[in-house]
Design a protein around this ligand. Sequence first.
Ligand SMILES: Cc1cc2nc3c(=O)[nH]c(=O)nc-3n(C[C@H](O)[C@H](O)[C@H](O)COP(=O)(O)OP(=O)(O)OC[C@H]3O[C@@H](n4cnc5c(N)ncnc54)[C@H](O)[C@@H]3O)c2cc1C
Length: 455
Amino acid sequence: MSRNLRVAIIGAGPAGFYAAAGLIKNLENVSVDIIEALPTPYGLVRYGIAPDHQKIKSVSKLYERTAADPRVNLLANVHFGRDLNLAEINKHYDAVVFTTGASSDRSLGIKGENLAGSISATDFVAWYNGLPAYKDFINKLDAKAVAVIGVGNVAVDVVRILAKSVDELATTDITDHSLDILKDSKVKDIYMIGRRGPAQAKYTTKELRELGELINADIFVDKKDLVLDEASQKIANDTRAISIQLTELDNYADRKPEGKARRVHIKFLASPSEIKGSDKVEAIVLEKNKLEPSPSGYINAVGTGQFETLPVDMVLRSVGYRGVKLPDISFDDKRGIIPNDDGRVLIEANGEIVKGQYVAGWIKRGPSGVVGTNKADAVITIKNLIEDFSNIDLTPDSNKNPEAIVQFLKDKGVEVVSFEEWKKLDEYEIAQGKKQARPRVKVVDTDKMIKIAKS
Ligand SMILES: Cc1cc2nc3c(=O)[nH]c(=O)nc-3n(C[C@H](O)[C@H](O)[C@H](O)COP(=O)(O)OP(=O)(O)OC[C@H]3O[C@@H](n4cnc5c(N)ncnc54)[C@H](O)[C@@H]3O)c2cc1C
């Protein structure tokens, strides 16, 4: 190669950093820019993972090592689609890897879903974790009973945040604005509701156990929900994690309540069919389900026609994140992902390959898997990218110098935040946290973030 291969990675979450790590591990003559819309890197590690799960967030130390490599630059506070378009990317780079995650949410598609007090877990998580646009998303938590729809790890996170006392949360990096609202929370009952049975729940054992360890809340499970049909029994027999989870749930069902401040109820085999209320949420109607295995082996929840009305003042929908279409980039609207063949972007699902475009992480495969899942996923994408460029002679091009894009953005008036500048903000937040024995105090205002980063 007569010059370095120039690669833009759009999105500085786990997938973006694993893609960058893959490139510098396998190519010497490469120059990578990680372009991030927010002034901060790490995506959902900062804005998704629960504040009381600090250990997992330490994965960012690995990403710091990638960012320290001279072949990698972070260009944060640069939004693809607003500050930079595809034509400009094509001018400055040989290849682009989209790692923009899945920032939207799926809806339930039921009556009353848009009533005041019915919100998505995606928004609630963004609020307590300090995504700048969500600072004022909630200004009062006067609900006494909350229905959390979904039994995945995000639903469990949300239940914990609602159930824990402010004293417990005050030792984490939850945002100050959320602590202020949560300290006056009136929440008493939290119902976590799953469409299918306990053998099909999506949470992990560790997260389920944390619900049983809450200092501030008793846990309730109805033994009747734990009676398994034949297909579910087979799953439980064959899958150790599920059999452990069932034992755990059985123990919860046997517990005597200790009169704690809050109550967490786990309900299975129930689908929301309507959210009721005149101008705000007053109740949720649940249809009792039974399970029916399909020929493919998937076990479906089928309504029985029996309904229950649960009086609640708030509904938190946690039924999955969803990718967002990027301007001029193909999108599979049904799946909420960029259509791809092992990371090579396609014009449409099963269509032709779009030369020079790649994808990794949640926008490649949908919102599933833990942080580490994105590593193996990015490795496949980068292997294909490297293969595609292995026989291409890169002719000299002044637009493909790393300085050219920085100058271009500067001329446009974009305030690019570099990795070194982000570290200033990082150190500032950690120093503020130290004063209160917390991991950090997050800055939530974008202008303030940039000011500190540029100081
Ligand atoms: C609430 C929640 C809790 C979780 N908890 C855990 C946990 O405890 N443990 C665990 O292992 N995993 C957890 N996960 C999963 C983990 O966060 C994901 O697997 C991982 O973050 C996905 O990585 P990603 O890079 O694909 O997407 P993201 O982390 O979402 O990163 C995408 C990045 O792209 C940026 N971006 C988007 N659009 C643009 C654009 N147009 N221009 C520039 N940049 C853009 C975003 O700002 C973001 O920084 C959790 C997920 C959620 C939602």
